[in-house]
Design a protein around this ligand. Structure first.
Ligand code: FAD
Ligand code: UDP
Length: 380
């Protein structure tokens, strides 16, 4: 088979590009994936008890992009789902993003009313205030509240998850979960929020079901690349690995997941419960809340952060901070020099903390560039 493209990685980035190039440009693709399944970190599967689990942590789809929503909707039906998360503070489970309901649950009513008034006066009802910004407050009660939320919700969670303090990371990281001056307990406020039906795996299968796409699982692309004739490559793995770490290793953070099946219909009140201050794990996940599966049993996931060790643990999170971005830019310069042969995209290759919709949007944009080029080529 003549191959136009080798695509490395079958997550949302690789799958979107494979699907677009195969169906719109009628070019042939070899999609190479190191793992034994498609779907990247968004993969789900049934465990031995028959419960649909997310193998790499709960994945809640949410986006404001109509383009991304319409694109993925070609390959799946959806189950509407609004993610809610609770955080354990002094033994009480309260909504996070921390909001007015959290304040009323934790403080005496009169003091909660004072805090509510102050927050609305300073920031306005409905606004989202990153914790690091709230901590700039100088007024007595607001500054007390900021320190309280920082200490009880962010400080230890962030130390566990990243092995860094919140202020050692790019402010955009903790700003993902801002203090929300509202009574909306949803984790996200995006226009589109849903879970693919029947599963992420079937969404990926439908995307990749095209005669122009051949999939090679259980294979690191380096094992086969010298034996394959192809025109260009799209690489969605860690960018530093591609260049043999010549400028040094880019730091990533890893996780370990412990799955436990319980003989009860539901284990906890919400899909995710965060434990900033107790235990070594950060979260307990229960995917039945997301999937709506009916079963007398449930499977929960304990999420333990761990170091990323090349070849031993998986790189789940780029670590957003200045010096890492600078190192990434050295690799980006290398990438630009070979862009006629290899294109880089995705959470690991762009070294960006993308959500799924951002990974798809990035891939659709790259496809636009590729198809522009290919139109130019064919006009000669
Ligand atoms: P990936 O999904 O990581 O895919 C890259 C693929 O490349 C992997 O399968 C890898 O095995 C393969 N690969 C790498 N190197 C090689 C090689 N040398 N040879 C062959 N194959 C290779 N996003 C949301 O929108 N909502 C959520 O709720 C959410 N929850 C998340 C929870 C966790 C714990 C994590 C880690 C991420 C979460 N995300 C969530 C983000 C989401 O997983 C990513 O946005 C998405 O997976 C990015 O897709 P990708 O294709 O860029 O990368
Ligand atoms: N965070 C926290 N406490 C929480 C929730 C989030 O400290 O209860 C911080 C933490 O640094 C985390 C970041 O906010 O890594 C982003 O949270 P998000 O839920 O977006 O993380 P993800 O789902 O990507 O792991």
């Amino acid at each position: 088979m003549k191959i136009d493209w080798v695509i490395v990685g079958a997550g949302f980035t690789g799958a979107t590009l494979a699907e677009r190039i195969a169906s719109q440009l009628d070019q042939k693709i070899l999609l190479v994936e190191r793992r034994n399944h498609i779907g990247g970190n968004s993969y789900d599967c049934y465990d031995k008890e028959g419960i649909l689990i997310h193998k790499y942590g709960s994945h809640t789809f949410h986006t404001n992009s109509k383009l991304v929503w319409n694109y993925l909707s070609k390959f799946t039906e959806w189950r509407p789902y609004f993610h809610e998360v609770l955080v354990v503070v002094d033994g009480k489970k309260v909504p996070v993003p921390f909001n007015l309901n959290s304040i009323y649950a934790l403080f005496p009513k009169e003091y909660a009313e004072t805090l509510e008034k102050l927050l609305i006066q300073h920031f306005g009802f409905g606004t989202k205030v990153p914790i690091l910004k709230l901590r700039e407050s100088s007024s007595g009660d607001l500054s007390f509240l900021a320190d309280y939320i920082y200490k009880k919700v962010f400080h230890k969670y962030t130390l566990k998850h990243w092995n860094l303090k919140p202020e050692e990371l790019d402010p955009s990281v903790t700003a993902r979960v801002p203090v929300h001056i509202s009574r909306d307990n949803r984790y996200f406020q995006d226009t589109y929020q849903a879970i693919p039906i029947p599963s992420y795996e079937s969404l990926f299968k439908r995307m990749l079901n095209h005669p122009n796409i051949k999939i090679l699982l259980n294979t690191d692309y380096r094992e086969i690349i010298d034996d394959v004739k192809f025109n260009r490559m799209i690489y969605t793995g860690p960018i530093d690995a591609f260049f043999d770490y010549k400028h040094g290793e880019l730091p990533y953070r890893s996780l370990h997941f412990d799955f436990v099946t319980k003989n009860q219909e539901y284990f906890q009140e919400a899909g995710t419960i965060n434990y900033p201050n107790e235990y070594d794990f950060t979260r307990i996940l229960e995917q039945k809340h997301l999937t709506g599966q009916i079963s007398p049993k449930t499977t929960i996931t304990y999420v333990y952060p761990q170091d990323y060790l090349i070849g031993i643990t998986d790189p789940y999170y780029p670590i957003p901070k200045k010096e890492n971005r600078e190192l990434y830019h050295q690799y980006l310069k290398e990438a630009e020099q070979i862009k006629d042969k290899v294109l880089f995209a995705g959470r690991l290759a762009d070294y960006k903390y993308y959500n799924m919709d951002q990974a798809v949007a990035r891939a659709l944009n790259l496809f636009k560039e590729i198809s522009g080029e290919s139109k130019k080529d064919s006009s000669f």
